[in-house]
Unconditional design. Sequence first.
Lengths: 113, 111
Amino acid sequence: DAMVIQNPRYQVTQFGKPVTLSCSQTLNHNVMYWYQQKSSQAPKLLFHYYDKDFNNEADTPDNFQSRRPNTSFCFLDIRSPGLGDAAMYLCATSRGGTNEKLFFGSGTQLSVL
Amino acid sequence: GDSVTQMEGPVTLSEEAFLTINCTYTATGYPSLFWYVQYPGEGLQLLLKATKADDKGSNKGFEATYRKETTSFHLEKGSVQVSDSAVYFCADLNSGYALNFGKGTSLLVTP
């Protein structure tokens, strides 16, 4: 059974139209992460939550926001998607200790038209 | 900032061939090192890890040794199978929770 679930698998939005990507977990992990992966590039961390504590990476654009209403769910909101935001978005979780392994979802491939 | 560099892909091998995927890192100190694998249509999953110098991580016939002197963590497997076809990501973790990934190396194993 999938432990980190991302929906939808493919998302198409229009330039400038807000879009929300969803992630849920059944592992009861403390930490949830959002990574952006563009074609042939390394996954890049956008932000993460340790419980309710939000941690934004310094170079994450303001256009990207996140919400974590409870332990199980985390959302990525892109307020005004640009063509450059087309990418695979990966959600991951971990228990939160040092050197803990990350559990990844299958990702959401976002297209911006 | 710190970076992780992997060999460019795609790598194409015949079944039972020997595999090496090179990985080097620039982080100072003693970061933890990881290899993640992404099979087609699936999320990344941890393949193996090493947390201190000279440690060897191993799993499913894959091995990688933490070499501080060369800042490397090369992935090896003695005899690859078609089912090993995937994208392999090297990553380090120096502090906090943010894994620092390489760009990934695509491996295709042909029968």
